[in-house]
Design a protein around this ligand. Structure first.
Ligand code: FE
Ligand code: FE
Ligand code: ZN
Length: 294
């Protein structure tokens, strides 16, 4: 069965219950959320009452909770150890994030590998592995390293770099990968040849390590190293290629998460994009529909 959803909010007052209700309003059967604002590290305590309510509602809605994922905030950077205090702040925050995941019953945490900020890729990779080795295995949560576009000094824009990090991680059971179609395109992987990409992934890392797929179109050309997401069917990857990826049998059990932009920065597109994906038919008027029905 197709597992399709989007990233959703996580608010102080409604927490997991609110996230679930937002996902259900999009007719999604999975979702991803940040445990607070994506761009900062201020977090509220998890309220178990809301979690319990959400879990029972998910049972009724037949949502496979083991596939729901959390995304760590972007500002966490394990690659940079220039300032040891900042590095340890990232490690501690991630440790707390694993604890929050455990309280919420979440099994997978998506993490950007980080940016080397001039230290070079080799140092960055060893720093990332060092940070991960301090926290992995303390909780039954798997960290999924996200493939990046290669913007600035981002690490993890090639499968080789992702593999090098994984090779240095001690607890192989709790490390995996989240592939992002926009990032892969911008990093230079041709999404119109997705099976070739999967073959390459499988021989380097092992296809079973893929724990999440971020499904986004891209505003930029193959290899642009930009990272600007576009709505499904409106970018350079295109609707047909994204549909082939979403329905690829080799990734059937892997959740597909939309992180496409809000229309006019205001209207969530996910209900409409999910419908279009289920119909497997591109609707070029979808953005106007979203504006009107919002
Ligand atoms: Fe991400
Ligand atoms: Fe992503
Ligand atoms: Zn991105």
């Amino acid at each position: 069965m197709l597992l399709i959803g989007s990233h959703v909010g996580f608010r102080k007052d409604s927490q997991l219950l609110g996230s679930l209700q937002e996902a259900l309003s999009y007719h999604a059967n999975t979702f991803m959320f940040y445990t607070g604002a994506p761009q900062n590290t201020s977090r509220y305590p998890i309220q178990d009452g809301l979690t319990i309510e959400a879990l029972s509602l998910m049972k009724d809605a037949k949502i496979d909770y083991s596939k729901v994922v959390v995304h760590a905030p972007y500002i966490i950077n394990l690659a940079n150890d220039k300032d040891p205090d900042k590095f340890m702040f990232s490690v501690r925050f991630l440790q707390e994030e694993l604890e929050r995941c455990e309280l919420l019953g979440i099994k997978s945490l998506v993490l950007h590998p980080g940016s080397h900020v001039g230290l070079g890729v080799d140092t960055a990779i060893s720093n990332i592995a060092k940070g991960l080795n301090m926290i992995l295995g303390t909780h039954d949560v798997t960290i999924l390293l996200e493939t990046m576009a290669g913007k600035g000094t981002e690490v993890g824009s090639s499968l080789e770099e992702i593999k090098r990090i994984i090779d240095l991680v001690d607890d192989k059971e709790h490390i995996g990968v989240c592939i992002d179609t926009c990032h892969l395109n911008d990093a230079g992987y041709d999404m119109s040849k997705f099976d070739d990409f999967l073959d390459q992934f499988d021989s380097l890392i092992g296809i079973r390590k893929i724990g999440c797929v971020h499904v986004n179109d891209s505003k930029n050309l193959l290899g642009a190293h930009k990272d600007r997401h576009e709505n499904i069917g409106f970018g350079t990857i295109g609707f047909d290629n994204l549909i082939s990826i979403i329905y690829n049998e080799r990734l059937e059990d892997v959740p597909k998460i939309l992180e496409t932009p809000y229309v006019d920065r205001e209207y969530a597109p996910y209900k409409y994009e999910i419908e279009m994906i289920r119909n497997k038919e591109f609707d070029s008027g979808i953005l106007d529909k979203i504006r009107k029905q919002a």
